[in-house]
Design a protein around this ligand. Structure first.
Ligand code: C5P
Length: 317
């Protein structure tokens, strides 16, 4: 029986700009995404009875067809026309749920990559990226990882060329009892901001070009100081969700913080530091206030890769 494990990293948005509406009902976006070394792990084993099963260490996650992992496995079987393939999957969940960190999308990307290897399907990267885009807007990015510009619904990727993963330290916080629904956040954005949305490909492309040539990309390449980060969903979620306001205030006070923002549709928040040690120092310094506010906190590094086969488990195969 073959088995393997896959790492599924969390992402943060260093930039999230809502450009306008798309004919498919989604929003046209311009984002910069960054993977972190905080990850879930998906363990996979072949089954000979043509069934797909999932279990996890979180009782609040569905294990049936409502879980994106099962949807990904099903879609993959359908794509290769092999309903005879089966797998037992076990998810070790470390990325907070409903947090704007793309945990569910990354797990789906892990299922695609893991099952492609487990079932020896040999699908090419572009085929996997295509399937990923059908499963969710962030799934292609989670597959690729690193530092990327993401356009369209989020599925059109342009890697930011950097000599190595960003050396930054990231202090990530989230209130464990609060989650934000992504459709709700985008719906609120449409309600409050649609009057100022851009229209047409020419206007969209101008904004993409401004991002490619702007101060954030210069900061990523070490050529300029960090500008304030832009997340258009933050501007609509922050007034509605108290823990987002309180957490941002706490992070802004952290000594050495280069920039502070909400990730995705929230409610997770992060501060960037020039090194991991500085992020750890900031957590030591502000840990009491964060705990008093009810926040969980993680210190992470940036990672240069997306979903990857776990090297130890792969070697054991
Ligand atoms: O693609 P995904 O399933 O992750 O999207 C979840 C929801 O987020 C969508 O149903 C939509 O409400 C919103 N969304 C959007 N525009 C995007 C991505 C997501 O409006 N580009």
């Amino acid at each position: 029986m073959a088995e393997l494990s896959v790492r599924a990293p969390a992402k943060i948005n260093l930039h999230l700009e809502v450009l306008g509406c798309r004919p498919d009902g989604f929003h046209e976006l311009a984002m910069v995404m960054q993977t972190l070394d905080l990850h879930d792990r998906l363990h996979l084993q072949t089954r000979s009875d043509a069934t797909l099963t999932l279990c996890s260490d979180r009782s609040d996650l569905p294990n049936d067809g409502n879980n994106l992992i099962i949807k990904a496995a099903d879609r993959l079987r359908q794509h290769v026309g092999r309903s005879d393939l089966g797998a037992s999957m076990r998810l070790e969940k470390r990325i907070p749920i409903g947090a704007g960190l793309a945990g569910g999308s990354s797990d789906a990307a892990a299922a695609l990559v893991g099952l492609d290897a487990l079932w020896d399907l040999g699908l090419g990267r572009s085929e996997l990226l295509h399937l990923a885009a059908e499963l969710g807007s962030d799934v292609p990015y989670c597959l690729a990882g690193g530092t990327q510009l993401c356009f369209g619904r989020g599925e059109l990727l342009e890697p930011v060329s950097l000599p190595e993963p960003l050396p930054l330290g990231v202090l990530l916080i989230k209130h464990p009892e609060v989650s934000v629904s992504t459709p709700w956040a985008y719906g609120l954005c449409r309600q409050l901001r649609q009057a100022s949305y851009l229209e047409g490909e020419t206007a969209f492309e101008q904004r993409r070009q401004a991002l490619r040539q702007g101060p954030l990309l210069a900061a990523l390449q070490g050529q300029a100081p960090w500008p304030p980060l832009q997340n258009d969903l933050q501007t609509v979620v922050e007034p509605e969700v108290a823990c987002v306001r309180e957490g941002l205030e706490l992070l802004r006070q952290a000594p050495g913080a280069l920039a502070v923002a909400m990730s995705g549709s929230g409610p997770s928040l992060f501060a960037l530091f020039s090194t991991l040690t500085e992020a750890e120092r900031a957590l030591e310094h502000g840990g009491g206030a964060l705990r008093a506010g009810g926040f969980e906190a993680w210190c992470c590094r940036c990672s240069g890769s997306g979903v990857s086969l776990d090297p130890v488990a792969a070697a054991d195969r």
